[in-house]
Design a protein around this ligand. Sequence first.
Ligand code: GLA
Length: 735
Amino acid sequence: MGIIYHQNSQELHLFNNQLSYIIKVQSNGELTNLYYGKRIHDKEDFSYLQPGDTRPLTVYQTKDSPHHSLQHVRREYPDYGRGDFRTPAYVIRQENGSRVTAFSYESHEIYRGKKPLEGLPATYTRNEEDADTLEICLRDPVTEAVILLSYTVFCSLPVITRHVQIMNQGTQKLVLERALSASIDLPDSEYEMVYLTGAWARERHIRVRKPDHGISSIGSMRGASSAEYNPFFALKRPSANEDSGEVYGFCFIYSGNHLEQVEVDTEQSSRISIGIHPDTFEWPLNPQETFVTPEAVFVYTDQGLNAMSQTFHRLFKEHLMQSSWTDRERPVLINNWEATEMDFTEQKILEIAGTAKELGIELIVLDDGWFGGREDDTTGLGDWFVTNFDKLPDGIEGLSDKITALGLQFGLWFEPEMVNPGTKLYREHPDWILCPAERTPSPSRNQYVLDFSRKDVVDYIYGLMERVLSQAHISYVKWDMNRYITECYSIGTAADSQGKTFHKYILGVYSLYEKLTRRFPDILFESCASGGARFDPGILYYAPQAWTSDDTDAIERIKIQYGTSLVYPVSSMGAHVSEVPNLQTGRSTPLKTRADVAMFGAFGYELDITAMSREEKDAVREQIAFVKEHRRLLQHGTFYRLKSPFQENASAWMMVSPNRKEAIVGYYNLLGTPNCRFDRLYLRGLNPDNAYHINSSAETYYGDELMHAGIPIPHTGVCESNVDFSSFIFYLSVV
Ligand code: GLA
């Protein structure tokens, strides 16, 4: 059991062989954190770790405990208004307008395994031995509200997950103004904050900054987890790098508005707060109602950022994603979007499909433009049925028959949460969009957001989608979401419940995903939000892969996939070879480089393959054969970042098989440097004693040699190997 309760000291020690997390119940019932970090021996009493000292200008809890100030202790779930003065984890407004609460320990329970979070994506255990859970019950005697703090410690991963339930067991109506999922105070601030930031076509670039006195925060109030700030950050020791050093990683299993924050106080302790963004949230809690927060994930390692990422990857693949596709090899696909956009005919799609089959592609995806009056992006969204029979004479059903007859699988694009004016849906239900009736909704890409906080709206969209998916042969769905939420107001909902709308919207999205994935368990769902604007752990629970970015330029993609890999597994990153000059950047890169980048992902093509030359088709055929031969390793191996495109003029990464007998390395030159040094690449994760062949060379190289002496990056001339945008793939194998 990874949780021990020491009755005399009132301490709870959560641990596995890599981490320890120690909570103390103070004599007054306050919960404090004594330690979170590398595994230490268990013992009865760690109370010496509790800071206690009389200081001027502090507020004490009682007259006879002048050394016990909430301002100085490290708290587990801090309240508001009683002398802490740092960011609270929750604020509860009462009927008399007071926001002061004083919850104290009542009881706790320890059990094997983990319970699901009703209506929310969350980590799960496959069997009880995978994890242990601690639930601590706190009660406020005045409101009679109860807070249940849940902590799950996974046995074979350095992971603790946390979430909170707030229950109104009293008689007055309460209002949650803030209900974060987790808070923890670390005793110092010698960290760098690593996080992922960006914009459309530039998602999840890595940034590093030093949190100093005051607040460093990231988050989203856009209604989606967003391209701007991913719900993840890490605190690493300044000396920590990819391969060594202490790193605390945090992520939030949620797809809506979120906040991740580090507050360094003037005594240099660091408070971490993670949860639903409180600025767009207010939740009335009537007597007998319970609010459940989404789940936050804590990862601890002293083995650097690669180990943190590998932990997230394993956690997500083994204990978060629930799709039957999670651990499967993903089909090589072709998507028609960049080839035709909405300007296609059935004939053109069948031509692409025919060529795709010849080249070895397994799945063709029909993207935007197949439904309603959709000829451009001004109309059609919401009418999820074919009305233009000039374009698709036999509808989706007929097209899917023809495609499956070719021996290909068929996939289809939807954007379920949106509506365009001019559609049947909008004409019949103008009040189904988010916006107060007396205001004009702000358009974005000519579309409005459907009110998914309403069950009738979600049910209607489910009905339309269920029909298409059950009538045609569909193996894959791309679920897009192409705008952020404004005028977030739900018509027909009471005034005092409008603060629930953003969160209820996301619960509506989750409920539709849940219904569709249950009804169609074999369909591979890929999420998308103008590329990667909703690439988060919440969506991965339902859809095991996401379109990483609309930016398909290979060089930009190196940065995006590199940054994404900090948290998300390679199998979750949709990555396609597209045409040159690239539509987003105008850059031309070799076909080989485009494939060498995309093969570290859920691989596919997104260009007009019918217009390719014979040589190009031959090259594509070879690329596909290579990916098919190695995709178990490429998609489900252990991933290591080797060289950062954010720091160097080249980038590299590699995948290692579980038995360490095989590995694939990708090396990419960004810009060429004339007469550059003879570079060596130091590999990771190999068995030092194994002798590896490289690209079927007769000569072998020991793992230790490759990791410590490195492999020379090939040079065929003064600077030929170093030309702009060139790439190398090294396949290592032990025969
Ligand atoms: C978004 C997606 C693209 C494509 C278009 C279609 O931008 O990210 O891949 O599906 O929508 O409108």
